[in-house]
Design a protein around this ligand. Structure first.
Ligand code: SF4
Length: 352
């Protein structure tokens, strides 16, 4: 279903806007210098919107100084205390994540909705399968996609009753199948843009797999407007994974993408080390390009014809090629440096 557009600082979510990437700081929000540093680090890595944990009044007050030091749109993550939402909005926050059903009376909901409307601040309702309302658990027997969708709509209805519609919904679960099903359901039920993610996805390896499966399978069917990859890691890694998910789905361009073969008995060079080193060094390339790292010259250049630039291993040496055309032969020891020279040259050409 077509989604409404909401505006978070200078970033649009929904409508025809590109999929935005979000993450969350793990610094103490009251430590302004550390939080600003991390926000900027995330932005440099490609993060569009950053969320901050607002756990008390001091954290809500810190928003004022943090906002002065960064242009990145900021979201206040608030649980239960509606007064913190009001304070964050007073201090210039760009979006609030709060569940109206968890903040007490309808009077409190109205205060938040009225102020959000006056400040042009959207509200994300974040339903989590682990914290569903007791009555829904009784109705459905256990946390499930249907219960998550019903919960989201109930929270949204409270804001709608206050005449507030700048809503974003998320229905997260650590169970990928359940999370996918929940988003599929809610996608058909309302026009609110969707913040998509797998919650408590785990440490780097498993978190990346779960996120790629969950977020990726939804995005492939045009479900989702903004994404957050959750990893028990430095949040900058979340941005790298999120960008790669968007890149492999053709939803974001820019930066180098390494294509490498698995190697086989024909390979006579240290392909694994070479591929890892190239991937590490290509991370900083801003131009849009595919780099192939292939184990042998028999299939290498042909298999990687789609790549912009690449190498194919020989016997302790390698061929460097560009668009499938061989440029030169170099010893294995210097192949990464030689390949990087060509990559940088191509990046400069693309900038012109
Ligand atoms: S490119 Fe060569 S080394 Fe790599 S998998 Fe194919 S045949 Fe094997």
């Amino acid at each position: 279903m077509k989604k409404r557009k909401v505006v978070v600082g200078n970033v649009e979510i929904g409508g025809a806007a590109p999929i935005s990437i979000q993450s969350m700081t793990n610094t103490d929000t009251c430590d302004i210098a550390a939080t600003v540093d991390q926000i900027n680090e995330l932005a440099m890595a490609g993060c569009d919107i950053v969320r901050l944990g607002i756990f008390d009044k001091n954290a809500a007050m810190a928003v004022k100084d943090i906002k002065k030091q960064t242009m990145v749109p900021l979201v206040a993550d608030i649980h239960f205390d509606y007064r913190l939402a009001l304070l964050c909005m007073e201090n210039g926050i760009d979006k609030v994540r709060i569940n109206p059903g968890n903040i007490g009376s309808m009077e409190n909901v109205r205060k938040v909705a009225d102020m959000a409307k006056a400040c042009h601040v959207p509200i994300r309702i974040g339903v989590n399968s682990g914290s569903l309302e007791q009555e829904l658990l009784r109705k459905y027997g256990s946390p499930c996609a249907e219960a998550m969708a019903e919960s989201a709509l109930c929270h949204a209805k409270m804001l709608e009753d206050c005449g507030f519609y700048d809503i974003v919904l998320s229905l997260k679960s650590s169970n990928v199948r359940e999370m996918v099903k929940a988003y599929e359901l809610i996608n058909e039920m309302c026009e609110y843009p969707l913040h998509v993610g797998v919650t408590e996805a785990g440490t780097y390896h498993m978190g990346m797999i779960k996120s790629a499966m969950g977020i990726g399978s939804l995005l492939m069917r045009d479900i989702g407007n903004t994404i957050r990859v959750s990893l028990t890691e430095n949040p900058v890694e979340e941005i790298r994974v999120a960008k790669d998910i968007l890149k492999v789905l053709g939803l974001r361009s820019g930066g180098g993408e390494v294509i490498s073969c698995p190697s086989c008995g024909r390979c006579r060079i240290s392909l694994i080390e070479i591929a890892k080193e190239v991937e590490k060094r290509v991370k900083d390339v801003k131009a849009d390009m595919k780099v192939a790292v292939m184990g042998c010259a028999v299939n290498g250049p042909g298999e990687a014809r789609e790549a912009d630039i690449g190498m194919a291993g020989g016997d302790k040496e390698a061929l460097i090629f560009k668009k499938g055309e061989i440029l030169r032969k170099v010893p294995q020891e210097i192949v990464v440096n030689e390949l990087m020279k060509e990559i940088e040259k191509l990046a400069r050409e693309e900038e012109i």
